[in-house]
Design a protein around this ligand. Structure first.
Ligand code: CP3
Length: 344
């Protein structure tokens, strides 16, 4: 019997002497080998839907750095595309989608039973990875949380304050909640299929949870995540779930139990010391290092990395950034972070 993978041990609640480590957006434009494979694929979406090349970019940071987990290379906006939204990426700007703001547009979305027509290459990527990853590396599948996915589907693009989604919530709650329900149902199907194909852990990205206040946070961030988590646990009781309600701030407290997830991922808006006392008491935590340190490096990077490790050392902890690494990051700084986590 091989010893259980370190990420799975942390997710099961074990405090490890050295925290396992991976990094959001670890396959990305800061790596020259990623840029080369992306050029070979043509564009970002062609890369996502090419199982051989998507598996290749997923493996690149594992080969270069030996991270403890690999995250499937895909995007949270593939699900809206599978539901029938048009999706394209404008270079230097980001995603664009056809919008859903009326009952007719909501009704015109494809049924969840049809989404695999678009998403089957993603399951194929997962299958390749589960064969090719080193035995000690955990494979993480993911999806966007319903609120975050809805903000893009309603606005047709990224927005600084998620204004269009908040407006639809205020003006046409039936369409807004109908859209969230459809995304929730699609997400359960999509994640379940990723698990069938070999994903060992699931992460739910709620990048814009921080703009939901009061009851809205409960109804549109916590409840959909809890619903997805419960549905996945019913089918796949041994697959741990990481929830990432980015920007939750003080609302991070208690989320392990309200969402039912095995791990709560933290952005860099809370201190590790506060999160150790108030969030890690509920279970495993992940994240927290500001991704700007991957650009600036040096002694500050080393000191902050050590501080986070020290704050979380008495409980289950997976080292990660507070948000994705940016294209201007220096690959050398990633090596310095990993070396600091593993060797002090
Ligand atoms: O973490 C990983 O490495 C796994 C793959 C992954 C990507 N996107 C690849 C990607 C994951 C988990 C995501 C999640 C995602 N996608 C989120 C949630 C997490 C977060 O960052 O807040 C969101 C909001 C999206 C939507 C999205 N995709 C945006 C807004 C953009 C454009 C911004 C940018 O960085 O250019 C993308 C594109 C995207 N997704 C890239 C990558 C590597 C860059 C595409 C490229 O190569 O040009």
């Amino acid at each position: 019997m091989t010893a259980q993978k370190t990420i799975l041990r942390a997710l099961a609640g074990e405090a490890l002497p050295t925290p396992p480590i991976w990094m959001m957006r670890q396959a990305g434009r800061y790596l020259p080998e990623y840029k080369a494979t992306r050029a070979e694929a043509g564009d970002f979406l062609s890369l996502c839907y090419n199982p051989e090349l998507a598996a290749e970019v997923t493996l690149q940071p594992i080969r270069r750095y030996g991270f403890d987990a690999a995250i499937l290379f895909a995007d949270i906006l593939l699900l809206p595309q599978a539901l029938g939204a048009d999706l394209w990426f404008v270079t230097g700007e980001g995603p664009r989608l056809s919008t859903i703001t009326t009952a007719d547009e909501l009704a015109a979305l494809k049924p969840v039973d049809d989404i695999d027509e678009v998403l089957s290459p993603i399951y194929e990527t997962v299958g390749i990875l589960s064969k090719e990853l080193p035995a000690e590396t955990t494979l993480i599948g993911f999806a966007g949380a319903p609120w975050t996915v809805a903000t893009y589907m309603i606005a047709g693009q990224g927005t600084p304050d998620q204004g269009p989604a908040h407006a639809l919530k205020a003006e046409n709650k039936a369409v807004f909640e109908g859209l969230l329900a459809r995304i929730t149902e699609g997400t359960i199907h999509y994640l379940s299929k990723q698990i069938d194909a070999g994903a060992e852990v699931i992460k739910i990205f709620d990048s814009w949870a921080g703009s939901l206040q009061g009851d809205d946070f409960l109804n549109y961030a916590v409840k959909p995540a809890a619903q997805i988590t419960a549905a996945l646990k019913a089918k796949h009781p041994n697959v741990p779930i990481i929830a990432f309600p980015r920007g939750a701030g003080e609302k991070y407290v208690g989320l392990h139990s309200t969402i039912g997830s095995d791990c709560i991922a933290l952005d860099d808006g809370v201190t590790a010391e506060w999160a150790a006392a108030n969030v890690q008491t509920g279970g495993c935590v992940q994240g927290n290092l500001a991704s700007s340190h991957m650009v600036t490096g040096g002694e500050t990077l080393v000191a902050e990395t050590k501080r986070i490790c020290a704050a979380f050392k008495n409980g289950p902890h997976i080292f990660n950034l507070g948000h994705g690494i940016t294209p201007d990051a220096d690959p050398e700084n990633v090596a310095l972070m990993i070396n600091t986590v593993r060797n002090g």
